[in-house]
Write a protein that binds this ligand. Structure first.
Ligand SMILES: *[C@@H]1O[C@H](CO)[C@@H](O)[C@H](O)[C@H]1NC(C)=O
Ligand SMILES: *[C@@H]1O[C@H](CO)[C@@H](O)[C@H](O)[C@H]1NC(C)=O
Length: 450
């Protein structure tokens, strides 16, 4: 299994109720004057740079902060984190999901459904070793785990309060090293709410829902489905894989599954075309037909090219330390992947108990973390917490079309699908994703009619 298949399995998004001090940030050294190729005349400011996260200043996390398009001083601050572990919130989150721009050749094209229409967005590359975040001592990249990721962010939280004129924020990340942070987390005046997109909440349930998804979408045969649910299921394969002990039976099942699903189908959105030049891993002229497509399936290659430009790195105040190139997902981190097996659903439960609203959403075309697993886990959690259904399962609208389905428990735990969306939902359904984001941010129910 290649490491990129783990990209963004969990997107944690924290909404923080703290205002920004915009005036004092005007002359800040982290202010971005202009990103190469960006549209002229922007109505918002951008900042990026480093926050050191150790006492000796050998480790630093890279952030990209985008002010809200309108009235930033009264808008909430949202911290966006991509999962992986080890994938970049800058490259994936900001430049292909919900940031203000998407790279296209020399230019940055404006995203009309950027989430900075509704909030001040803070994208953090974490832990060290991801994207432009670095440590000057590469032995820090060994045995990185959720605890280290979480601790780094806790330190960042203190630093952000001390050093930064840009955002006076105090935050922490659940799901990644939550133990040192739980106290901060449960303080409702710091966090307002949490959204998780196509997350791994409980590894066996999430991973094993893949077989049924493949089968019901016609990606595997009846006989392979049977083997994938009886001989070797996906959670068993992953467990064996991370322990370096894949059994012959699992190996046989997985090669059959891979052969039938084909590498020319995007597992993060089974209806989307693939970027041919990426799949074949060689630079090939992009099929001209793709230019007129609604979605640019080759956006990842363009992001890699853009963020590796020297002028772009200079404009972003970014440095490459210990690596030659910026990559979407880190290949230098030696992450403790068995952390994956620790359930995060219980953390979601404690947040709800302390009064923090949680939304779990699913792009419904994702086969990697399918909606079926998330939906049953959320429903199970609601039962455990004895939360009654407050919004029965129903459609929600964006414009005149159905944006997806939703159910709410105890007015605090929400589940929603985004119809036609991929694993990285705002990438393939930007309009619907923005509607969901806005409604949740404002604490309003999703539109029931059009
Ligand atoms: C790098 O980190 C390792 C492990 O933490 C430590 O033993 C070593 O002394 C460090 N090297 C430098 C040059 O700081
Ligand atoms: C997956 O396989 C493991 C090990 O064989 C087994 O314990 C578990 O019950 C299986 N899960 C499902 C959903 O089939």
């Amino acid at each position: 299994m290649c490491s990129s298949s783990w990209k963004t399995m969990a997107v944690a998004l924290l909404l923080i109720e703290l205002w920004l001090t915009i005036e004092s940030s005007l002359a800040h050294p982290d202010k971005i004057v202009k990103l190469p190729g960006q549209p002229p005349r922007l109505s918002f400011q951008q900042f990026s740079g480093y926050v050191t996260v150790d006492y000796k200043k050998h480790k630093a996390l890279f952030y990209y902060f985008v002010e809200s398009e309108t009235d930033p001083a009264s808008k909430p601050l949202v911290l966006w984190l991509n999962g992986g572990p080890g994938c970049s919130s800058l490259g994936v989150g900001a430049f292909s999901e919900n940031g203000p721009f998407r790279p296209n050749g020399e230019f940055l094209v404006k995203n009309d459904y950027s989430w900075n229409r509704e909030a001040n967005m803070l994208y953090l590359e974490t832990p060290i070793g991801v994207g432009f975040s670095y440590s000057t001592n590469t032995s820090s990249y060994e045995a990185v785990d959720d605890e280290i990721t979480g601790t780094g962010i806790c330190i960042l939280q203190e630093k952000a309060m001390q050093d930064s004129d840009i955002f006076h924020a105090s935050f922490c990340i659940p799901g990644f090293g939550v133990t040192p942070c739980l106290q901060v987390l449960s303080s409702p005046n710091v966090f307002r709410s949490l959204q998780l997109g196509n997350p791994v909440l409980e590894f066996a349930t999430d991973f094993n829902s893949r077989a049924e998804y493949f089968w019901s979408h016609g990606l595997i045969s009846d006989s392979t489905y049977k083997m994938f649910t009886s001989v070797c299921n996906y959670s068993r394969y992953v467990s064996e894989y991370y322990r370096d002990s894949v059994s012959p039976s699992c190996s046989k099942v997985m090669s059959q599954v891979s052969r039938e699903t084909s590498k020319f189908v995007d597992k993060y959105d089974v209806t989307l075309d693939v970027c041919i030049s990426s799949v074949l891993s060689q630079s090939m002229a992009i099929n001209p037909q793709q230019v007129s497509e609604r979605l640019d399936v080759c956006v990842e290659d363009k992001i890699v090219n853009y963020l590796n430009r020297k002028d772009v790195q200079k404009a972003l105040h970014a440095r490459l330390v210990g690596v030659r190139r910026w990559t979407v997902c880190s290949n230098i981190l030696d992450y403790q992947l068995l952390n994956l097996e620790m359930p995060t659903i219980s953390i979601v439960g404690s947040l709800i108990k302390s009064g923090i609203p949680v939304l779990v959403y699913s792009g419904d075309q994702d086969s990697v973390i399918p909606l079926t697993g998330s939906r049953s886990l959320v429903s199970r959690l609601a039962k455990e917490l004895e939360l009654e259904t407050t919004v029965p399962y129903r459609v929600w609208f964006e414009g005149k079309q159905v944006g997806g389905w939703t159910q709410v428990y105890g007015n605090i735990l929400s589940f929603a699908t985004i119809r036609g969306a991929s694993h990285e939902a705002p990438f393939s359904q930007p309009e619907r994703s923005l509607m969901l984001f806005k409604s949740f941010l404002e604490g309003k129910p999703l539109p029931e009619v059009f």
